[in-house]
Design a protein around this ligand. Structure first.
Ligand SMILES: *Cc1c(COP(=O)(O)O)cnc(C)c1O
Length: 355
C-alpha cells in the first residue's frame, strides 16, 4: 500500500494494527465502560498522554468523538455571549461558524490564507479560538503569539486547536486554558476519537454558566466530564478501542522518545522545504519562514499538480490534495511521527527527479 502523506486521515502509526488486534484479544470492544478493566485503560492512556506531552496536573484530559465535536462543546460550556476567533484558513473558520450557529456574538479576526497574525491584540470575548497549525494552509503560528493572546487577554479563556501539530508541539500548558486534537493526524490512528485538555478555569466557567441558568449542553458538559473522569470513566459509552490504542501508541512514542520524534520532524521538514525552495516548478505556499509549518507542508504545484500527484502515486507516495479552493494547484505533505526519515528522503528524491 502507498504511504499516505495526506494530513488526515493520515498514515497509520506502524504499531496501530497490532495494538488493535490485541484490543480484540483482550475483549476491549465489548468491555463495560463501568468496569475496573476499562478504568485501568482510561487511567493508562491519560498517564501516557501526560508524560508524552508534559501536561501538568492543573489540566484535565477528556475524550470526545472529534475536534469538530470539541468546537461545539467549547462554545456550549464556556461562552454565554461572546467569542473571538483568529481565522487564517478553513479549520479556524469552521470553529467561528460553529459559534455563529450556536447564536453567539462571535468576532472574527481574519488574515489571508498562507499568512499569520502580526501581534496579539486585545479582544472582548469569553473565549479566544486560535488554530496553532492551520491544516488547510500549512501555517503554524508561533507559540509566542499564542501565549501573547493570553497576556493581552487574561480574562478570556484561550482555546488552542492543535489537531495537526501534536505530538510535535511542546506547549507550556499553564499559559493556555484548553488544547484539543483528534487522533487521525499526528497520532497516526483511525478517526473517531478527540482529546480535550482543559484547566480548572474552564470547569469553573461552565459551572458559573450553569448557575446563571444557562444551558451548557448534556453529556459532554464539563462538570459531568469531571465527575466521571475522576473515576476514570466517561459520561457515555466511549470509543474504548480508540482510547486503548491511543494509550499503546503514546507508550510506543514514549519508548522512542519525544525529543527524537521532534528532532526527526524538524529534519524531515528541513529537507522537504529545502527541495521546494530549490525546485524548478515547485515552491512552498507559505513564504514567511516564521509561519512555515513543520508538520503540514504545502507545495504550490500549479498546472503540474495532477501530473506530479500521479507520478508520486506510481512510486508509492500518496500526496494530500490542496484544501478547498487550493485543490488542483497545491499538494499537501503531512510530516507526522508515522512518516519515517527514509520515506521523506525518498519523497525528496522523487520530487528532484520529477520534470
Ligand atoms: C482535521 C482538523 C480538525 C477537525 O478534526 P475532526 O477529527 O474531523 O473533527 C480541526 N482542526 C484542524 C486544524 C484539523 O486539521
Amino acid at each position: 500500500m502507498n504511504v499516505n502523506f495526506s494530513p488526515g486521515p493520515s498514515q497509520l502509526y506502524f504499531t496501530v494494527e497490532d495494538h488493535t488486534r490485541q484490543a480484540f484479544k483482550l475483549g476491549v470492544p465489548s468491555m463495560s465502560h463501568r468496569s475496573s478493566a476499562f478504568e485501568g485503560i482510561y487511567a493508562q492512556t491519560q498517564e501516557n498522554l501526560r508524560a508524552l506531552l508534559s501536561i501538568p496536573s492543573s489540566h484535565h484530559i477528556f475524550f470526545a468523538s472529534s475536534a469538530t465535536e470539541i468546537w461545539e462543546r467549547l462554545i456550549q460550556n464556556l461562552v454565554e455571549e461572546k467569542s473571538a476567533h483568529f481565522v487564517n484558513g478553513a479549520f479556524s473558520e469552521k470553529f467561528y461558524k460553529a459559534a455563529v450557529q450556536l447564536n453567539k456574538n462571535a468576532q472574527i479576526i481574519k488574515t489571508s490564507d498562507g499568512d499569520g497574525f502580526n501581534t496579539p491584540e486585545e479582544v472582548d470575548a469569553e473565549v479566544i479560538g486560535v488554530t496553532h497549525n492551520e491544516t488547510s494552509t500549512g501555517v503554524s503560528l508561533p507559540k509566542s503569539f499564542i501565549y501573547g493572546l493570553k497576556e493581552k487577554n487574561p480574562k478570556s479563556l484561550l482555546c488552542v486547536d492543535a489537531v495537526s501539530s501534536l505530538p510535535y508541539v511542546d506547549f507550556d500548558y499553564p499559559k493556555v486554558d484548553s488544547v484539543y486534537f483528534s487522533v487521525q493526524k499526528g497520532f497516526g490512528m483511525p478517526p473517531g476519537l478527540g482529546v480535550w485538555i482543559v484547566n480548572d478555569a474552564c470547569i469553573a466557567k461552565a459551572e458559573k454558566k450553569l448557575k446563571n441558568g444557562k444551558s451548557i449542553g448534556t453529556h459532554h458538559a464539563l462538570p459531568n466530564y469531571l465527575k466521571n473522569g475522576l473515576k476514570y470513566q466517561t459520561p457515555e459509552t466511549p470509543n474504548s478501542v480508540g482510547i486503548y490504542v491511543l494509550g499503546k501508541v503514546t507508550e510506543d512514542m514514549l519508548r522512542r522518545g519525544i525529543t527524537i520524534i521532534r528532532k526527526e520532524t524538524e529534519y524531515k521538514a528541513a529537507i522537504l522545504y529545502n527541495e521546494l525552495h530549490n525546485h524548478p516548478y515547485l515552491s512552498p505556499f507559505v513564504k514567511n519562514p516564521e509561519y512555515q509549518s513543520p508538520t503540514v507542508i504545502i507545495a504550490d504545484s500549479g498546472t503540474r499538480t495532477s501530473a506530479l500527484s500521479d507520478f508520486l502515486s506510481q512510486n508509492g507516495i500518496e500526496a494530500g490534495e490542496g484544501y478547498g479552493l487550493h485543490k488542483g494547484h497545491q499538494l499537501r505533505f503531512a510530516n507526522f511521527p508515522a512518516h519515517s526519515k527514509e520515506q521523506f528522503e525518498l519523497l525528496v528524491d522523487y520530487l528532484k527527479s520529477f520534470n
